[in-house]
Design a protein around this ligand. Structure first.
Ligand code: GMT
Length: 373
């Protein structure tokens, strides 16, 4: 049994989901888990005797122009390392979590191994910013173990930051109990979806990198050729401009803006196809969520997406911005019931064979064991 500290961004986002699900799975395996975060991770939805939560409270002292969040976090990590006798401190995101962990290791009286998991934007966005580059390099080099969620992210990290550290690829996973296809005809009716209509879904945080406009343009071309509805799930900075775009294109009746939703697997269960047209995506956890619910996906040839979608088997991969090809592939699948069924089955199989939670969690356990040996 190991004592493991976990730090992540506790609010909505794939990295927080992975960190929390990993903690819960580790607790089930008998390890003692200590979340060290600013608020209760949103996916931490059941109690378990092996799971503990240590809140990082940042006070606003008048002398500080900005609240010293990173230092308070490092201090809290050091306290938890010593008090709880942690063996491993696993942080998700290099910035600032790996840096805080390194500082905490220096302050603490106990030797603790630091594992940093890279999720993407810490490298693909922050890594370009010269003001933080050296800090991110340091966080990676000084971690005892580093993992990344795709091969593409490993390559990008090495190219952009010039780090020589060995980085293990450990793909993301979903909790299969929460992501499985259900038969829910009532939900289709409640949303006003006609029996002859195909349903396309996009879920994201509506940031610019998600290129939600490309999802809408793809849908417009699909809608020109067949009866279909688009479910847009999530919220974020681009939400209102996407709303305007849908109005301009005269698609208000066919595009449903659903905002943030909790039971996304119910929405996947009534969907025929998922679109993810991002310009940056280290993995695309939402693709795996969809595939686990037997929904084939069309995504861009960007970052880790081609490692998740098997082109022409579980979905299709198109070049960034190529909404014409995305629409052609979508129409081909949606018009051909037996192909759609074959792709749905392939998607589920691919998710179970290559991203099965038990085997992914074991890969993290192997990293911990290797460091402690
Ligand atoms: O995609 C986002 O905007 C959220 C971000 C996060 O921090 O949760 O997602 C990143 O980590 C996810 C979990 O590993 C990946 O599935 C996403 O692809 C990755 N996002 C980007 O690389 C843009």
């Amino acid at each position: 049994m190991k004592k493991i500290g976990i730090t992540c961004y506790p609010t909505l986002g794939g990295s927080g989901v992975i960190a929390t699900e990993l903690g819960m799975k580790m607790a089930e395996l008998g390890h003692e888990i200590h979340f060290i975060t600013t608020s209760l991770p949103f996916r931490l939805n059941h109690i378990h005797p092996n799971i503990f939560y240590h809140e990082v409270e940042v006070s606003h002292y008048p002398v500080f122009q900005y609240p010293p969040f990173d230092l308070v976090l490092a201090n809290k990590m050091a306290e938890v390392i010593d008090q709880e006798k942690l063996d491993i401190l696993h942080v998700h995101y290099a910035m600032p979590h790996a840096i805080c962990a390194i500082l905490a290791r220096d302050i603490a009286e106990r030797d603790v191994k630091i594992v940093t998991t890279l999720h993407g934007t810490d490298i693909t966005v922050l890594g370009i910013d010269n003001a933080l580059q050296k800090m991110i390099q340091h966080g990676i080099e000084q971690s005892d173990g580093v993992t990344a969620v795709s091969k593409s992210l490993v390559n990008q990290t090495k190219e952009m930051l010039g780090v020589s550290k060995d980085i293990d690829v450990i793909y993301n996973f979903v909790n299969e109990e929460n992501y499985e296809k259900k038969t829910l005809p009532g939900i289709r009716r409640q949303y006003g979806i006609q029996p002859n209509e195909k349903v396309i879904i996009h879920t994201s945080n509506f940031r610019k990198v998600k290129r939600v406009q490309d999802v809408i343009y793809t849908f417009r071309d699909i809608h020109d050729k067949m009866s279909a509805k688009l479910l847009l799930v999530g919220d974020g900075p681009e939400y209102s401009s996407m709303y305007q775009l849908v109005r301009q294109l005269g698609l208000t009746e066919s595009v449903l803006f659903l905002g943030k939703q909790k039971n996304v697997s119910d929405l996947f269960s009534i969907s025929d196809l998922k679109l993810l047209m991002s310009e940056k995506e280290s993995f695309g956890l939402v693709l795996l969520e969809a595939m686990s619910c037997q929904v084939p996906c069309i995504g861009t040839n960007v970052g880790g997406i081609p490692e998740v979608i098997k082109h022409n088997e579980t979905g299709f991969v198109v070049e960034l911005g190529d909404t014409n090809s995305a629409a052609d592939y979508a129409v081909y699948l949606l018009r051909n019931e037996s192909e759609l069924e074959r792709f749905s089955q392939n998607a589920l199989l691919h998710a179970r064979e290559n991203f099965y939670s038990q085997s992914i969690v074991q890969q993290y356990v192997d990293v911990y064991d290797r460091l402690m040996d």
